[in-house]
Ligand binder design. Sequence first.
Ligand code: PEP
Ligand code: MG
Length: 614
Amino acid sequence: MENSNTAIKGQGRGAAKEETLLRGIPGSPGICVGQAHLLDRGLSGAVRKYSLAQEQVQGEVNRFKQAVKRAEMELVRLVKQAPEELRAQTYIFEAHSALLRDKSFYGKIIETILAERVNVEWALKKTVDQITRVFSKIEDEYLRERAADVGHVQEMVLRALLGAENERLGGIAKRSILVAGDLSPAETSQLQLDHVMGIALDRGGRASHTTIIARTLQVPAVMGLGEATRLVRDDDLLILDGTRGLLILNPREETLERYGLLKHRFEAAQARMAREGRLPALTRDGLAVSIKGNIEVLEDVVQVMDRGGDGIGLYRTEFLYMRRDSLPTEEELYDNYKQILELIAPMPVTIRTLDLGGDKVAHGIRASGAENPALGLRAIRLCLMEPEILKTQLAAIYRAAVHGNARILYPMISGLEELDQIDRVSLEVQERLSKENIPYNAQIETGIMVEVPSAAVLADLFAERVRFFSLGTNDLVQYTLAVDRNDQEVAHLFQHLHPAVARLLKNVADAGKAAGIGLAMCGEMAGDPQCVPLLLGLGYFDLSMNPQMIPVVKSMVREMDLPGCEAIAQDILRLKTSFEIQRYIKEALGDVLERVFPNGGNGGPDNGDGNVKP
Ligand code: PEP
Ligand code: MG
């Protein structure tokens, strides 16, 4: 077997059917084995440019307007017909609808037709190319992948222009694995699941809407394969491993056998987790661990509840500020927080104040122009510089806290003086609400994200001032190891299990325990099953994660006992490199991890050299 896509670039389509491994991005977990069904490449590839006579121009603009109306009707139909499990995701279609009428899309296309006297298809292509170029430079993965949404809207308008039905998916007669350049969220939502076992795409990433929908529908998917459509032919035999992001073309007998076993184990583990998901996460010796979910939009609450989460450990509130032209009002924020609190009550919701700035920008909020946005004017720094933004948000949180179990969490805290400033702002807000006789509850717990190394080092001082710590390991690891969390080229250096990270976690835990305050974690490390023993051993019993991982981490907790975890933590703290820690975990816990999360972490089928092993 070749060990990467690049090694097989020279192969022609008529080459012998050799086993070939393509690496992509894990989109939606699960394994499937079946024949390929190749979809056509969409309409946007074949667009040509035509010049129009002056008298044809207005007709062309009308043709575009009609097409947009038809596309809007199609989106309304999709929202209405969305299956039950996709109800929470229909905001994606609403976003597409808004994009259709956005100035930078709708207005720009009409402007191009009028100014350049060109056909609408060409004006559409030119506008979308320009928007995509701007998006592709954005560092934030979520925002970058919104470029795909523009492409999907383009396809939709093209279909409406040509009167073409959405028939790409109509020809799938037998159960197969779909291989396509891209698939729009609209198409993904309409997949006939009895015909589609898995999805392999050349484009797309972890945060694309198509990925979100595939996960919701529980269809295994691999994104960003780059050249699957070039290498795979209709009816080729494929193994798709959505957990590790692999596509194996023309697998050998042995590979098929191994994957048969892995598929069986994965499905058995899934079934067990579905059965046990709602049970509490108790260690073998009876310690109750709270397993919560991180959310970004209101709709995510359902995911947390469905997977048996014990509440919301991190509400990233910035998304309410991002996809709009003006800042949200106190009333809007209050409504949103209240809805979330009521939905999940009596379980708690930790609402994090705005973590905008740097690469996450919004209208009406000044963005840092610095070269290092992660170190720039972001999060609490930005809010303290623009206190009105913080005041509006705090007022909304205090008011919503009357309706449920809320906690406040401040991001990017690096020094105690920031807490003094926050206290002043908070007092002002409370005085105003009292004066106006507006009901509110400011007696809620306040905590800080420990995600800047200075806060971890000064944990004993911070512990005297707040009710809880929540460890943000995504940033803490980034800043401690000086590894950009968004940079693919140094992704291998981004290590949760690094000795420096372990020592900082211990320092924070010791300070938190000594002061008797709450100790939580909401960075991705909390959802990494191989980190669970270390975290429990250090005293982190309140873990919040991507909702997908809730059942997995619950299962892992059930395999643990506290004295065992404490011994593991002691051992890890003595090790000197991340390699040694990884090896130790593999030796000590490889079997448990394989049982809890087959094919998921280390010890999966691909050992990194391209040889697939069970
Ligand atoms: C973190 O930094 O670990 C965290 C949870 O916050 P975010 O990923 O939103 O920066
Ligand atoms: Mg962070």
